[in-house]
Structures are given as C-alpha cells and as structure tokens.
Design a protein around this ligand. Sequence first.
Ligand code: NAP
Length: 335
Amino acid sequence: MNREVNIKVLLASRPIGYPTEKDFTIVESEIPTVKEGQLLVKTDWLSLDPYMRGRMNNVKSYAPSVEIGDVMVGGAVGTIVESRTPLFSVGEIIEGSFGWQSYAVLDGVGLRKVNPALGPIQSSIGILGMPGLTAYFGFLDVCEPKPGDTVVVSAASGAVGQVVGQIAKIMGCRVIGTSGTDEKVRFIVDELGFDLGINYKKENMGISLDSACPDGIDIYFDNVGGFVTDEVIKRINTGARIAICGQVSQYNVTEPELGPRNLFHLTKSQAKMEGFLIYSYEGRYEEGLYRLSNWIKEGKLKYKEDIVEGIRNAPQTFIGMLNGKNLGKTLIKLS
Ligand code: NAP
C-alpha cells in the first residue's frame, strides 16, 4: 500500500539568469501534524506565476525572499482534510499561499473560502483570483479606458494579458496584443476577439505598431518592459495612460538593461505612467470578482489554462513559463 507523504519543492540555490531545475530540490516528508488553532490542507492546484522568480533572489522587494531550503512560495487551492480551528471545517475548499507542496499546515490567516458552485475551483487562483483581479483593477482603475481608445497589452495570451484584452473589448476599445509565438497571436485574435496581434519575436515592433495603430496608442498595459515597451512609448497619444503591471523581460537578466531613455514622450503627450500592485486593491476584491464572474456567465470573458499534472513537474513548468512555453494561466494539478 502506498503511504501518503508530503511532497515539497524547496529552493536549492539562487538562480543566476534563468532558473534551472538544479535550483530546486524535491523532498518527501511526513504529513505535518496539526496543533490547536491550525488546519491541514491537501493541495489540489498550484499556481505558477512570474513574481516567484523575484522571490528566488536575495534582494529587498515588496515581499520577502524565499530562503534557501524553504518551500517555494506560491498561491494554491486545496481541500481541508483536518481542522482544529472553529473557523474552517473538513471538506471546505480554500485558497491561499500554501507554497509548492502537496500538504500544508496553516493557521487560518490570509485564506479565502472557495465556493465550488461558482466554477472550477482552480479559477480561484486564475480568472477569479489574483491574475484576473490584476487585469480588472490594473486596466479599469489605472488605465481608465474610454470607448474607442486604442489599447496595447503585452504578454497578451498570458494569465493577466488575456483578461486585460477582453475587458478592453467589453469597454469598447480597439485592442492590439503582443505575444511571442504565431500560435499565441492566433489565439488572442481568433478565440479572444482582440483586433490584432503582433509576434514581437518575429516582427519589427516599430513597423508593426505603426501599421496596427495608425492613430497612436491611448492605453498601454505593460507586462513585459524591454524593447516592446520602448516601441510602444514612442507612439503614445496625448493623455495616454500606461499601467506598469510587470516587467517579465527583466526578471532573468544577469546585467540590468538600460532604463527607458524615451520618457520625454510622456512629457510631450502629457501621459501618465503608473505602477501598481494588486494587493493594494484587497478591499475591493468582491467588486472585481462579481463583475468578472458576471462577464464569464454572459459569455463575454473566456479564459485559457495551461495545466500540467504533478507537483514534481512544477520546476520545469515554471522555467517553461518564464520562457514563454505557456499558453494561458500556468497551473499544476495535484489531485
Ligand atoms: P504569463 O503572461 O501567463 O506568463 C509569462 C509570459 O511572459 C510568458 O508566457 C511569455 O509570453 C512572456 N515573456 C517571457 N519573457 C519575455 C520577454 N523577454 N519579453 C516579453 N515577454 C516575455 O504571466 P502572468 O501571470 O500573466 O503575468 C504577466 C505579468 O504581470 C508579469 O510581469 C507579472 O509579474 C505581472 N503581474 C503583476 C501583478 C501586480 O500586482 N502588479 C500581479 C500579477 C502579475 P510570450 O510568449 O508572449 O513572450
């Protein structure tokens, strides 16, 4: 008979450049015991996100680093299998930061109960969770869209980007997405209804943007930074809004790239560039979840997941996501 164990993915070393599988160790341990006030959750789904790359570094940031030998940080959704707190019951589904492991003992702080009637439970770490809410607040609050605006979104087929583009369409905007493969470009245009897609790895960004946005760009939702962003900034319109959601092109560089030297375009066009973190919208999550789930029910919002089975595959799947191998939200299915 197979004895159930806790399978954990630990940070083994701090990567230089892109992480490799050697930067992770997979270990098995006893399923942890639960003390008074705690609960034991069995992880059903693990979310893999670009921010985790930053946590592998030993630098001061908005969130603490993972220490060498610690379980990798990560959002997850799972089923409570033991509870010694009156706040949670066995069988309830919860979402929180359990890390890359098949079981976790938690003290109940920072957990959200998931209603399985609202949709597949993994949507609580996808479209109805952190990435969906990032798209919702980042686009609607920071970018303040108006009907007829020309919107560019980078990493457009990914967890955040695919939602941003569709919300932009719902708001009556014209939407252009940038992605790293022809398959991704076809996906955002043919399946998600973007007006145009640009393969930034194949096309000349300047020429393609000129042709896609003959009247300039009113909104840029930036997930990537780097040369894609440089070319967009040159084409922003008067009063444009730029949301700096992430800069994934910079997360694995060993030498920092030069910062943007073209910011005078913001002066000339009296444009706004604003960074944001989804956590600052915590008090308004219910609003975002309500509207996102309504758009899904109305058939206005679709969502693609890229699912890999097995916690042992988390390191290679994470590395693949940072290299653009994912199409949609990257998830590990555990059970
Ligand atoms: P994702 O788009 O699902 O996956 C990452 C994608 O980044 C890859 O598929 C790849 O797509 C693209 N990429 C990788 N290297 C690149 C490069 N050098 N240049 C351009 N694109 C590159 O990830 P996500 O979860 O939706 O996150 C998107 C961005 O949002 C990230 O920057 C993340 O850090 C940020 N984020 C911010 C917040 C916040 O609170 N501000 C919250 C969540 C996420 P291609 O094949 O298209 O290159």
